[in-house]
Design a protein around this ligand. Structure first.
Ligand code: 13P
Length: 261
């Protein structure tokens, strides 16, 4: 049985005081729901602040990006070792905002995933099609390429720790999530691609695939209930104590129901 992960991507939000209030509230309100994994990915500037608060809780720290070199003359970049040193367990890689605004290619993303794994971080590899690509019937082609290039050259042993996040670009920050049918269809497809890539039924079954894109307490129940959905990567709704905590609560309930099936 795969364990749900409810992951917060704070993006470029939260000054120190706001971050403290948010994380303290989330800790308080989620401690009654211990059976789902929770990750919070704040901006680099408040990693330490948040890390100081989450000790001895079920919440783990994540970074929103990473560079692929270990150290050296790369002004402005942060290495996997530094992220680990700051207390991170997870790192988000290949988010569509990085692909779109910072021109990250599948090749760069592959280097980042490889470097993260080498440093014992858990990469959350983001994939997703644009609206244009969906309209042209190219959704599966695009996703197939993003997975195959993103994971190229990584052996099965290392791959077993990665997490995939399906984030349709057109659903991010729009208030309009993909439908439950669209989500299940893509998640099942991605699991199939991973099965082919690893030649392992077991690996494909065990890999967690999160959904991201306008997920909120109103639509979470039906999204998380889909067979191949193993949690959420949450943007806007993770910036509010009540909405994020209620997503964790919903996940806890759905996970119990799924276990009984
Ligand atoms: O991009 C996302 C998480 O990485 C999703 O953002 P929203 O939840 O704001 O749509």
């Amino acid at each position: 049985m795969r364990k749900f992960l409810i992951a917060a991507n704070w993006k470029m939000n939260m000054y120190r005081q706001e971050a403290l209030e948010l994380i303290r509230g989330v800790i308080e309100q989620t401690k009654l729901f211990p059976s789902v994994d929770i990750m919070v990915a704040p901006p680099f500037t408040v990693l330490e602040t948040v890390n100081g608060e989450i000790q001895n809780t079920q919440i783990r720290l994540g970074a929103q990006d990473v560079f692929f070199e270990e150290s050296g003359a790369y002004t402005g970049e942060i290495s996997p070792g530094m992220i680990l040193d700051a207390g991170c367990t997870y790192v988000i890689i290949g988010h569509s905002e990085r692909r779109q605004y910072f021109h990250e290619t599948d090749e760069i993303i592959n280097k980042k995933v490889t470097a993260a794994l080498k440093n014992h971080l858990i990469p959350i590899l983001c994939v997703g099609e644009t609206w244009e690509e969906r309209k042209q019937g190219r959704t599966f082609l695009v996703l197939n390429q993003q997975i195959l290039f993103g994971l190229q050259g990584i052996d099965n042993e290392k791959l077993s720790s990665i997490i995939v996040a399906y984030e349709p670009v057109w659903a991010i920050g729009t208030g309009k999530s993909a439908t439950k049918e669209q989500i299940q269809e893509v998640h099942a497809y991605l699991r199939g691609v991973i099965k082919e890539f690893t030649s392992s039924n077991e690996m494909a079954f065990n890999i967690r695939i999160l959904y991201g894109g306008s997920m909120n307490p109103k639509n979470a129940q039906e999204i998380l209930s889909q067979k191949d959905v193993d949690g959420g990567l949450i943007g806007g709704a993770s910036l509010n104590i009540d909405s994020f905590s209620s997503l964790v609560q919903i996940a806890e309930n759905v996970q119990k129901e799924k276990k009984q099936e």
